[in-house]
Design a protein around this ligand. Structure first.
Ligand SMILES: Cc1cc2nc3c(=O)[nH]c(=O)nc-3n(C[C@H](O)[C@H](O)[C@H](O)COP(=O)(O)OP(=O)(O)OC[C@H]3O[C@@H](n4cnc5c(N)ncnc54)[C@H](O)[C@@H]3O)c2cc1C
Length: 261
């Protein structure tokens, strides 16, 4: 099979149009006149972790708490294996992003005083079944964003120790993409399927985390010699029999005591 080469040029290439990729794209075009390409392996309308929707925003600074409290929680949860500067800058922006998502159409539950309904110390309840289509709509409203769905990015274009773009191929047409960009953002999510599943047969890809996030971004970064930061801590969604959810989630539901190893 011969693949047709297609060269594209843009200011910013975003690899992976999940939550982070879509939000990065609308942020860039909202603040500048830069042209952005999102290259997504699936379809940004229903891709990545949020594909099926979620029922809470698990990162929010609720009344009476501060970004510093959030940092403290993350530090404890990760046994100190975090970049505090990155967590804090993220925590400082959580509520602004939440308000923006609500403006875009996300339904956030409110109490009789008009306050967001909280779930614990850092979460608010949402009707999030459509959170990904809402983000996708916001992307498609921006004329400076071009979305290429169903393209699997496989590597960076590297010259003189500099990333100039990325290579990928369409998973539906015989097209090999060569995308040049002045800047590249990698938001391909985590890496599912690294460890042997508990069910190696029929159900081996029944997992909590999207099986299609296969760690391409990690591999590309390592191959290109990029600084890979905050990879010391990893989350492994253990599963209980008959349930596809991290056991931590189940433990929370039954108020199990916290165990620090
Ligand atoms: C089942 C589940 C339930 C969750 N529930 C909640 C919740 O209730 N509340 C909450 O706050 N958080 C929840 N989370 C966490 C939250 O959804 C994630 O933290 C967040 O969506 C991660 O965003 P991301 O952009 O990093 O990754 P993703 O949204 O997964 O995006 C990665 C994107 O990259 C694409 N991609 C991967 N490789 C390539 C490649 N080689 N080329 C092109 N594209 C590629 C993927 O298709 C995907 O679209 C949940 C996660 C899961 C899995």
């Amino acid at each position: 099979m011969v693949l047709k080469k297609k060269k594209l040029y843009t200011d910013i290439l975003i690899i992976g149009g999940g939550t982070a990729g879509c939000y990065a794209a609308i942020t860039i075009t909202g603040q500048s006149d830069k042209k952005v390409i999102i290259a997504e392996k699936a379809n940004i309308k229903r891709s990545g972790c949020l594909a099926a929707g979620v029922n809470a925003l698990n990162a929010y600074i609720v009344k009476g708490k501060t970004p510093e409290d959030y940092l403290e929680y993350v530090k404890q949860d990760a046994n100190g294996l975090i970049r505090e500067d990155l967590v804090l800058t993220m925590a400082e922006r959580l509520n602004k992003v939440t308000r923006h998502l609500e403006k875009l159409g996300l339904v956030i539950l409110k109490d009789e005083n008009g306050e967001y309904v909280t779930r614990g110390n850092r979460n608010i309840k949402i009707n999030g079944e459509n959170i990904k289509p809402i983000l996708a709509d916001a992307v498609y409203e921006q004329e400076n964003i071009k979305v290429i769905n169903k393209v699997n990015i496989i590597d960076y274009i590297v010259k003189d120790n500099c990333v100039l773009g990325a290579y990928g191929f369409s998973i539906e047409e015989n097209i090999f993409y060569i995308i040049y960009a002045k800047g590249v953002i990698c938001s391909t999510g985590g890496a599912a399927g690294i460890y042997k599943p508990n069910n190696t047969g029929f159900s081996k890809h029944k997992m909590w985390y999207p099986p299609f996030n296969t760690g391409a971004g990690y591999a590309m970064g390592i191959r290109a010699g990029a600084e890979m930061t905050t990879f010391e801590m990893r989350f492994i969604a253990l599963r209980c029999k008959d349930t596809i959810a991290p056991t931590g989630t189940i433990a929370q539901g039954v108020s199990a005591p916290r165990l620090t190893v």
